[in-house]
Design a protein around this ligand. Structure first.
Ligand code: HEC
Length: 118
């Protein structure tokens, strides 16, 4: 049995895809943001823009602008469909589902939403 063939699939291809998506060859427009922010941008573009705008400073088709969203806000909203205590939501809705599989990526998403790339 040559099961070891299957092993690299988790890290190998996905890393390559990320690199391709981010234009890591060096000439892309992401040079100005940190690596964490670049990773967060990938998550944002993969998941969040179904409802939020591609440009986080703009309102999207469903979700409001979320540039500058802090990690505590992201953790509350994305992981628990809640808001931090005392936070006043931009929209009174409860449309957004939870994405609790993103827990480990949220610091990167927060970095992206803080830095953006402009
Ligand atoms: C299915 C649509 C949808 C997706 C996908 C989605 N959101 Fe949302 N989001 C919303 C909507 C709609 C709201 C407004 C409140 C509500 O209705 O839940 C919102 C609100 C938010 C807020 C609160 C904004 C504020 O200050 O009040 C944050 C933060 C947020 N989203 C982050 C994210 C992140 C990060 C992702 C990707 C991981 C994401 N959302 C993916 C629909 C979505």
């Amino acid at each position: 049995m040559h099961r070891s063939w299957m092993k690299p699939s988790l890290t190998g291809p996905s890393t390559a895809l990320l690199a391709a998506a981010l234009g890591c060859s060096g000439s892309g427009g992401d040079d100005a943001i940190s690596e964490a922010a670049a990773r967060g941008k990938t998550v944002y573009l993969n998941v969040c823009i179904a409802c939020h705008a591609v440009d986080p400073t703009q309102d999207g088709p469903l979700g409001p602008a979320i540039d500058g969203a802090t990690l505590p806000l992201l953790e509350a909203k994305v992981l628990r469909a809640e808001y931090p205590p005392g936070y006043e939501p931009k929209s009174a809705g409860i449309t957004m589902p939870r994405y609790d599989y993103l827990a480990e990526q949220l610091p990167d998403v927060a970095a992206y939403l803080a830095e953006l790339d402009r």
